[in-house]
Design a protein around this ligand. Structure first.
Ligand code: HEC
Ligand code: HEC
Length: 298
């Protein structure tokens, strides 16, 4: 998992990721729903946004999001930069708009200086804001999980149960959809291949983007790295137990029934995918001033 990124840009992006002034209320930051202290999500079935509004879908983790083929459950944003513009202006999330967000940042001399250092001038644009946030997100990887160390040849990293779990994960067919560096994130698949998933009929998944009938209930396959940190599971956040999520996957996606023993082994394996979490120094944000537009909860 070698990565490269621009240090100054990522530092600026980190400030923006944590800056609640990008929201209309001045209270919600990206970190509110993608909490880097708990796996990069909010550990809720669906997120709470502006004016305590409950969102329609579970918040995925931002950890390792760079390894996704596209962003969002339905893949409607092609990359991290395109994604980052969304929540700022989403009325159910941060409820601001791009002009207001820029006005706020532009009113703060320290931000002007930081943007100038990275982008060459003091005029802040939304493209620069989303570019910097995306650069920071690219740093949010979680290498050196026990599974990775085992793959590199350190056999002592996995117990017998975990190795058997990995074997079952491959043998039963999970690996057909959950594969690659993120153990998922690289294809769109129907939720309910063998048996229709009927707990949530409102989220149409990939159909939102393609409008093709066969893309109804097709979702981006989630990354399984750090999966033990990001309950509840599925796009509707309907399942809190990882054991239950695994046994439902076997049932809906593969049409098989796992024994409790098999489920336990697969779960034991999935927990070895928890990697070294990014060490984040909480950024100190520059103060607003008399020219800064005020927060509003309306
Ligand atoms: C109010 C909660 C909330 C806030 C604030 C928020 N997000 Fe999200 N985020 C979500 C939800 C919910 C989704 C899933 C939406 C969907 O797929 O339709 C999501 C999706 C994402 C994804 C896609 C991950 C994937 O696996 O597809 C990324 C990346 C992301 N957000 C980054 C950000 C950034 C950067 C910010 C700040 C600019 C931010 N989010 C602010 C709730 C939030
Ligand atoms: C045909 C493709 C496919 C197969 C096979 C498959 N999955 Fe999935 N998996 C998905 C999709 C798609 C989702 C997202 C479903 C949703 O929430 O809409 C998912 C979600 C999950 C989740 C929840 C992730 C999260 O962040 O909410 C877990 C855990 C999981 N799968 C594990 C497994 C295991 C273990 C197996 C084997 C028993 C398996 N999957 C087999 C496609 C597949």
């Amino acid at each position: 998992m070698e990565i490269s990124y621009n240090q100054n840009k990522a530092e600026l992006g980190k400030m923006l990721f944590f800056d609640p002034r990008l929201s209309k209320s001045g209270w919600l930051s990206c970190n509110s729903c993608h909490n880097l202290a708990m796996g990069g999500d909010d550990n809720r079935p669906s997120s709470i946004g502006h004016q305590w509004q409950i969102g329609p879908i579970n918040s995925p983790t931002v950890l390792n999001a760079r390894f996704n083929v596209a962003q969002f459950w339905d893949g409607r944003a092609k990359d991290l930069q395109e994604q980052a513009g969304g929540p700022i202006a989403n009325p159910k999330e941060m409820a601001s708009n791009h002009q207001l967000a820029i006005k706020i940042l532009q009113s703060i001399p320290d931000y002007q200086t930081k943007f100038e250092k990275v982008y060459g001038d003091k005029d802040i644009s939304i493209n620069e804001v989303t570019d910097a946030i995306a650069e920071f997100e690219k740093t949010l990887i979680t290498p050196a999980s026990r599974f990775d160390q085992w793959l590199l040849g350190d056999d002592s990293q996995l117990t017998l149960q975990e190795k058997e779990g990995y074997h079952l994960f491959k043998e039963k067919g999970c690996v057909a959809c959950h594969n690659g560096v993120g153990v998922g994130g690289n294809s769109y698949q129907k939720f309910g291949v063998v048996k229709p998933y009927d707990k949530d009929k409102n989220s149409l998944g990939r159909y939102n983007v393609t409008k093709k009938e066969e893309d109804k209930y097709v979702f981006k396959v989630p990354l399984l790295r750090n999966i033990e940190l990001t309950a509840p599971y599925f796009h509707d956040g309907s399942v809190w137990s990882l054991n239950e999520a695994v046994s439902l996957m076997a049932d809906y996606q593969l049409g098989i029934k796992l024994t409790d023993n098999e489920t336990n082994k697969i779960v034991a394996f999935l927990k070895t995918l928890t990697g070294k979490q990014p060490e984040i120094t909480y950024p100190v944000l520059p103060p607003e001033n008399i020219h800064t537009p005020r927060p509003s909860i309306n």
